[in-house]
Write a protein that binds this ligand. Structure first.
Ligand code: ZN
Length: 181
């Protein structure tokens, strides 16, 4: 499950892995991110926005770690989340598209605050609608990305196929080594 909030949280992976950069300090990365999630119409990305985005990532990372430890979100994190959610007031618009009706959300204002509200909304929606036990950290020690396990029996340990095959190959090799001794 591709989630806006996970993309922001997992962006910190690049800080400690080659070629070492912080995506949230890279205006092009941020512009691509906004485009991907349909948030490109909230003005040009400014340096102050990048700092605010980094602060938002720290907040979401701390909240996610709290959930991963099995705890309930602290009062502090819940009120911080509500502060962010209030930044994105919206109304609904009904449209007829091709052969069906569709209800769209439109923000009542535009600006960077909407971007922040939407990212946090993606996290709040996840914990409201989905199974918290399925929010996991990838077991590949070089990855440790946060992901949502949507598999049938909730047994997935890896964020994606790349990590899954990497670990399988590694386990196979270590078993081969053991067999040789
Ligand atoms: Zn992974």
């Amino acid at each position: 499950m591709d989630l806006m909030c996970f993309e922001i949280i997992n962006s910190s992976w690049h800080i400690t892995h080659e070629p070492f950069f912080d995506p949230l300090q890279d205006k092009r990365w941020v512009a691509d991110f906004l485009k991907k999630w349909g948030l490109e119409n909230h003005g040009p990305v400014e340096s102050s926005h990048l700092d605010r985005l980094a602060a938002l990532r720290s907040f979401l990372t701390a909240a996610a770690q709290e959930l991963l430890s099995g705890a309930v979100l602290s009062e502090k994190h819940i009120s911080e989340m509500n502060r962010y959610l209030a930044l994105d007031p919206y109304y609904h618009v009904l449209q007829f598209e091709a052969d069906r009706y569709a209800l769209h959300k439109e923000p009542t204002t535009t600006g960077w605050h909407v971007v922040e509200g939407r990212i946090v909304h993606s996290f709040a929606q996840l914990i409201d609608r989905f199974d918290l036990k399925r929010i996991k950290l990838c077991e590949n020690p070089e990855c440790r990305w946060i992901f949502y396990d949507a598999s049938k029996n909730a047994s997935r340990c890896w964020c994606g196929n790349t990590c899954a095959s990497l670990i399988k190959v590694r386990r196979f090799r270590s078993r081969q080594k053991e067999n040789r001794v």
